[in-house]
Design a protein around this ligand. Structure first.
Ligand code: GDP
Length: 466
């Protein structure tokens, strides 16, 4: 059972720590206004007492240490009365000057005046516990904060607006309708009551199945949006892997040097292609070697290729291809792969297309990491290969959260079972039990049936002050 907070007022710094224009201390709970009143003094207003101020209005005030009356900072105070607040509780926000000292001192004063230091994500947790948002919306708040791309932000915004909740509620409603019918058949089995025919119940469950299938089909895209795609850049030494990484980043990061085999560690960087983060790994050249350190590099290359979701294999087009090139290209895993023929700004030695046409390569791109010519073609090739050229947000709900995916998957298995049993006209009690389990799984997504344990796990990922 979920514990509700009663008579407990919390405070935290809600802005990022560091120098900035303003820093915000947020206080939420029954005593928020009373506590704030102890440490601020409003200026230039007829209603100096916070408790008399209009909800959602600001006033200029001094933050004052009640112990000695000394002035800590000048601030703007916003009083927001329950229930129209982030937490549905009384909330006071103190906008101090940014920087570490003013906000920290103001928080200390709020704590000394009776507030408890908020746990990570506690404001959002209260919004959930007080029924303003459901769990998927609370999770969308973390996603919004952690978004690194526009598409990720869009997906989080849809979830925050209730896009996923609406889908889950619709699915749950249909399952509950079927459950009602099945339970009626159990409870009134001796009586002659009207229940929907079997075919209609099956039809309802099939529709639900399709709906969950459609949601789950978005999960691969969701994972890409949120976590990015692991890309391994491989090739023998000196073909220009680090230069390519730099060209993609359009800034220097890896050390570019003409001495072969100097990129000995795997360097990881993220670039965004059409809104999807690509996590690029530049590895040391793959080749048989007696040099211990380089051998480690070779192992890393093989591992990077195996764990990558896309391999970019680089060869040097200005020199004859070598046996090492052939060996590496021969070793490419079944992962989608692009062959980059680099150094196109120099006279080309031979045709990679002719030589490697029979290998497991999905696309060949000629480019110059040095001048940047052809980098766009590489980006288009990545987009076409991974997303079939269709990367734009589809305007529908996308499953971006592994927890939601697992629970939907579980619900889908339950549905398979329920449909099979219903079709075989098996005992209603068993079918009802399975349908109840499905409803519990769906409720766990929206937070209706969630345990305190799961809640703690979710909210511990939040930052303090959110
Ligand atoms: P890596 O060992 O595969 O990472 O290769 P580097 O990126 O360190 O590049 C090796 C050498 O090739 C350096 O001298 C680069 O300046 C040069 N190089 C890389 N890409 C190009 C290119 O597109 N054109 C030319 N002309 N030189 C390049």
């Amino acid at each position: 059972m979920i514990r509700l907070y009663i008579n407990d007022t919390v405070a935290a710094i809600s802005t990022a720590m560091g120098e900035g224009g303003i820093g915000i201390i947020r206080i939420s709970g029954d005593d928020a206004i009373k506590i704030a009143q102890k440490i601020v003094s409003c200026r230039n207003t007829t209603a100096t007492a916070l408790e008399h101020r209009k909800s959602h209005s600001m006033c200029l005030a001094d933050v004052v240490d009640p112990v000695d009356g000394s002035r800590v900072d000048e601030a703007l105070i916003t009083v927001m009365r329950a229930p129209n607040t982030y937490t549905k509780e009384d909330v006071v926000e103190i906008n101090c000057h940014g920087g570490i000292m003013a906000v920290r001192k103001t928080l200390q004063l709020a704590l000394a005046a009776g507030a408890r230091a908020a746990d990570p994500g506690e404001f959002t947790k209260r919004a959930f516990l007080n029924g303003r948002i459901d769990l998927t919306q609370a999770e969308a708040v973390i996603d919004t904060i952690q978004s690194r791309t526009e598409i990720a932000l869009k997906a989080a915004a849809d979830q925050l607006e209730g896009g996923l909740s609406n889908n889950i509620n619709e699915i749950a409603e249909r399952v509950a309708d079927v459950l009602t019918q099945v339970e009626a058949a159990v409870d009134f089995s001796d009586e002659d009551i009207e229940t929907l025919p079997l075919t209609e119940l099956l039809d309802l469950l099939q529709k639900t199945h399709i709906h969950i299938d459609e949601l789950l089909a978005t999960a691969v895209r969701g994972r890409m949006i949120k976590e990015g795609i692991r890309v391994a850049i491989v090739g023998r030494p000196n073909v220009g892997k680090s230069s390519l990484l730099n060209a993609l980043l359009r800034r220097e990061r890896a050390i570019v040097t003409p001495i072969p085999g100097t990129t000995r560690d795997v360097i990881e960087e993220t670039v965004t292609v059409s809104g999807i983060p690509l996590i690029l790994k530049d590895t040391a050249g793959i080749r048989e070697s007696d040099d211990h350190i380089e051998r480690i590099g070779v192992e890393l290359t093989k591992k990077a290729m195996q764990t990558a979701e896309l391999v970019i294999c680089v060869v040097d087009g200005s020199n004859d291809f070598t046996e090492d090139d052939d060996a590496l290209i021969g070793e490419l895993p079944c992962t989608p792969s692009i062959l980059v023929v680099n150094k196109s700004d120099l006279p080309q030695a031979q045709s990679a297309r002719a030589r490697y046409k029979d290998n497991k390569i999905n696309a060949i791109v000629e480019l110059s990491a040095y001048t940047g010519d052809g980098i766009n073609q590489l980006e288009s090739a990545v987009e076409k290969l991974l997303f079939d050229g269709d990367i734009a947000a589809p305007g529908t709900t996308i499953i971006t959260n592994a927890r939601h995916e697992q629970l939907l998957d579980k619900a889908l298995h339950g549905l398979d079972e329920a449909i099979a049993l219903l079709r075989d006209e098996q005992p209603e009690e068993i079918i009802a039990m399975i349908l109840r389990d499905i409803l519990r799984d769906l409720g766990e997504i929206t937070g209706e049936t969630v345990t305190e344990d799961i809640l703690s796990r979710i909210f511990s990922q939040f930052c303090i002050g959110k």
